[in-house]
Design a protein around this ligand. Sequence first.
Ligand code: HEC
Length: 112
Amino acid sequence: MRIQVVPLIVLFSVSLYAAPSGETLFQGNCVTCHDHTKTLSAPSIKEIQARYKSVFHTKEAFVSFAVRWLNAPEAKSAILQDAVKKFELMPTIGVDQESLKAIAEFLYDGSS
Ligand code: HEC
């Protein structure tokens, strides 16, 4: 029994290690428009985080809305209505579901 369990644990840790973090994924896909603290061509992460947290009071609600919205951004359900008017609607970014979830969790937890 023991012999079978060990390789599973090893495999599990290797796959955890290999998965890119939400922050890395954010740097790769989102940072061109979203800075951490400055508003450039889009609201900063800090602003998005604060505005989302004032609407969604749990991490689950925050993340699930963000993932759903990012799959298909639409003006009418956007939380930052003023930003849609100011910058126009964000384009859809081609990122898989797992990565979107990791990015949304990073948006909630914030950068250190
Ligand atoms: C081409 C520029 C661009 C890129 C790339 C981009 N965004 Fe945006 N994003 C915007 C703009 C502009 C807004 C503000 C208008 C709006 O809300 O649609 C926005 C708004 C948002 C919002 C708030 C939506 C709301 O409810 O109002 C979130 C969350 C967000 N972006 C996350 C991301 C994430 C995560 C990525 C990377 C996967 C990303 N963005 C990539 C331009 C971009």
